[in-house]
Design a protein around this ligand. Structure first.
Ligand code: FPP
Length: 225
């Protein structure tokens, strides 16, 4: 029997197109994207999800124009700072995955503080992927496994950034693109995939509910019959 999803991940795509449709600068799309993040984090808790992982900044996103990179970093900083009270109110524990310790020292310090301040929260874990790339994660996990003695699937899994999270059940990508873009490649091995044409700023709790409903109707076989 299919159980309800515990861990959902989202590739939040389409901010730029959302802004373009409105003749607005791309940063306006990212700002609207942050609003969607707030709404969806709240809804995820209400819908009983234990964990939500969001692809906020990939290791490839550095290739974007300098101004857009700095807009995105600024938005992320403001989100983490200004939503600490909101996290407390909604019992959200923050987690950051990816090579985030390589970011600017002020960002690293701010994240460390936010992780510490939310570490006692229990209802939902919000994992933000920052400077994340799945191939990089796998190289780090395999190296750590080798250093500990053996490269087995279990050892790699134990060293993934998501090691302390429930298994990934459902991976959603918005905006009509149908690819994984180096996100959670190991964790997606048995995850259900859900693609929607909605642009990320337009993705609402009802859309998350529709994805969860579809997940509940799918029968997962893990390679069996
Ligand atoms: C994809 O849209 C979106 C991103 C690269 C960044 C996602 C970031 C946010 C939603 C805001 C910050 C996140 C958090 C967790 C506060 P795109 O720019 O690739 O859109 P396009 O494909 O339409 O150009």
């Amino acid at each position: 029997m299919t159980q309800g999803a515990r861990h959902v991940a989202i590739i939040m795509d389409g901010n730029g197109r959302w802004a373009k449709k409105r003749l607005l600068p791309r940063v306006a799309g990212h700002k609207a994207g942050v609003e969607a993040v707030r709404t969806i984090v709240r809804a995820a808790g209400d819908m009983g999800l234990e964990a939500l992982t969001l692809y906020a900044f990939s290791s490839e996103n550095w290739k974007r124009p300098e101004e857009e990179v700095s807009d995105l970093m600024g938005l992320m900083k403001r989100f983490i700072l200004s939503d600490l009270d909101e996290f407390a109110a909604n019992d959200v524990k923050l987690k950051v995955i990816g090579n985030w310790r390589a970011l600017a020292p002020d960002v690293v310090a701010m994240i460390d503080n936010a992780l510490e301040r939310t570490s006692g929260n229990k209802r939902t874990t919000l994992a933000v992927a920052l400077n994340y790339g799945a191939q990089d994660e796998l190289v780090r996990a395999a190296s750590a496994a080798a250093a500990a003695g053996a490269i087995t699937a279990e050892a790699i899994e134990a060293h993934l950034d998501t090691a302390d999270m429930p298994p990934l059940d459902l991976l959603i990508r918005t905006s009509g693109e149908v690819r994984l873009s180096n996100f959670l490649l190991w964790q997606s091995a048995y995850a259900e995939l859900y693609f929607t044409d909605k642009l990320w700023p337009d993705f609402a709790p009802a859309d998350l509910q529709a994805a969860l409903d579809q997940f509940a109707r799918r029968e997962r076989r893990y390679g069996g019959l």
